[in-house]
Design a protein around this ligand. Structure first.
Ligand SMILES: NC(=O)c1ccc[n+]([C@@H]2O[C@H](COP(=O)([O-])OP(=O)(O)OC[C@H]3O[C@@H](n4cnc5c(N)ncnc54)[C@H](O)[C@@H]3O)[C@@H](O)[C@H]2O)c1
Length: 442
């Protein structure tokens, strides 16, 4: 029987882990040395978590012991998927802390709504577990900094789910950019487009009996349950989500930052609004947004999002174009094209895999390699491709864009850490208000 979470329990767990009474670790080896496979738990298994359950249970050097969700309708399907791949059926539970209490669990995969990402990841490393946390790793910039602190303090493997860091095609493109294929790169234009309909005006309704609304909300200040939040549409409310800039923007902003070899911006500006469906629903973020980030190295990134259209004004529905002094590269999800300064096509690269006989992936490295990298890093066979130190810097770009758009101000930032300078209204958004008693602590 699952124990019912309450605020006192959460504090109790925090207090124990804070005192170091729950096993922590300092190396990338499995917590339960007797295991021949890395043992995992997956939290939030409706959509992305179901994909990850399928991915990880399909690898031969790990197994899933728990599937976890506060909505009990989704548990059997995820358990079925894991059982089909690994033979053994995982346990179906509601409270992630039960998995953290299990000394045989080595790692927690987090695919919950975003108010939970950093707080749950921090609790997990405090309990000695490795963490794969979906993008964006944080709900606000302060949480990203807490994750870096936690990564250093507890020494566990932490991977953000921005899987492009493990795409073979992206690895090769970034290597070529860094080797000077298109000269000195100074500008990256990133974009994203998706046809999303309106979400309606939410009505307050009784919490369905299949859902633990208190545990769903966790660290977020409490609200009544409304009928257009769960699942998925929480993305468009500031209390739980981070909008398209971090929902999908994280992927391309990260590739852009990686290619340009920049860390923190010095100036950020953004405009955006609910322009496609004005006044038709209670969606709080922007469906049309443009973010511009300037870096002290005389480099710039722009990101454009159209969350009402299925096609962008650029090629495809998402991508990054890099401009250099000798040419440009246009990157789409699993391919890239190189052009010279006159626009002549130099090369067209698509669908790279680890090796020609690699049949382990259904798509060219899209998700499988990132999952494999996480397990290999735990086993000490590889270094992690997207640690919190890097993940935070990319996620911060979207947070700063959202803060600039929300406050309607140009942000001046400290290029050493991205902190906002001389703008009290914007600086307030560096962190968030927490439900009392649920504040994350490293
Ligand atoms: N890397 C990628 O390409 C990719 C793709 C899709 C989604 N994502 C990310 O994955 C996350 C989940 O997205 P989604 O579309 O699956 O959302 P979703 O709303 O469909 O699913 C989230 C699930 O988490 C559950 N949940 C909420 N609180 C929980 C808790 N305390 N413990 C356990 N479960 C809890 C919900 O009940 C729900 O079933 C988001 O952060 C999203 O950005 C990443």
């Amino acid at each position: 029987m699952d124990r019912k979470i309450n605020r006192r329990d959460f504090n109790k767990l925090s207090a124990l882990t804070g005192l170091g009474l729950v096993a922590g670790g300092s190396s990338a080896i499995m917590a339960s040395s007797a295991n021949s496979k890395v043992v995992l738990a997956v939290a939030g298994i409706h959509s992305r978590g179901l994909d990850l359950t399928q991915k990880f249970s399909g690898l031969n050097n790990c197994s899933i012991k728990y599937v976890i969700d506060v909505d009990n309708r989704y548990l059997p399907k995820a358990a079925d998927a894991a059982e089909e791949n690994q033979g053994k059926r995982p346990l179906e539970i509601k409270d992630f802390r039960k998995a953290l209490d299990d000394k045989n669990v080595d790692g927690l995969i987090i695919a919950t709504p975003e108010q939970w990402h950093a707080p749950m990841a921090i609790e997990a490393v405090k309990a000695g577990k490795h963490v794969y946390v979906e993008k964006p790793c944080s709900h606000n910039p302060a949480e990203g900094e807490m994750l870096i602190k936690a990564e250093k303090k507890y020494g566990k493997v932490m991977q953000m789910g921005n899987q492009r860091r493990s795409f073979k095609v992206v690895e090769q493109m970034i290597r070529e950019i860094h080797e000077g294929l298109i000269g000195d790169v100074y500008f990256a234009r990133a974009w994203y487009a998706r046809k999303r309909g309106p979400i309606g005006m939410g009505k307050v309704v009784p919490v369905p009996d299949y859902l633990d609304w208190d545990l769903w909300q966790g660290p977020a200040p409490r609200t009544d349950y409304r009928d257009n939040i769960h699942p998925y549409n929480w993305h468009w409310f500031w209390n739980w989500g981070t909008g398209e800039a971090l929902n999908n923007g994280t992927h391309e902003l990260d590739v852009a930052r990686w290619g340009l070899e920049v860390d923190y911006p010095s100036r950020v500006t953004s405009l955006g609004g609910r322009f496609h469906y004005p006044d038709q629903d209670d969606w709080e973020f922007f469906d049309t947004q443009n973010i511009t980030l300037e870096f002290p190295e005389k480099k710039m990134i722009t990101w454009e999002a159209l969350s009402g259209l299925s096609v962008s004004t650029c090629s495809g529905d998402r991508g990054v174009m890099f401009c250099g002094t000798k040419g440009r590269i246009e990157y789409l999800s699993s391919s890239y094209k190189v052009f010279d300064l006159d626009g002549e096509l130099i090369s067209d690269v698509t669908g790279l895999r680890k090796s020609a006989d690699d049949t382990n992936t259904s798509d060219p490295g899209l998700n499988d390699y990132h999952a494999e990298n996480f397990i290999d890093a735990i086993l000490g066979k590889d270094t992690i491709n997207s640690p919190m130190t890097e993940g935070h810097k990319s996620v911060l770009l979207g947070h700063l864009g959202n803060i600039a758009a929300k406050t309607g101000t140009l942000l001046n930032c400290n290029p050493k850490n991205g902190h906002i300078i001389g703008n009290p209204e914007a600086e307030k958004m560096w962190s968030r208000e927490y439900e009392p008693g649920w504040e994350p602590k490293v």
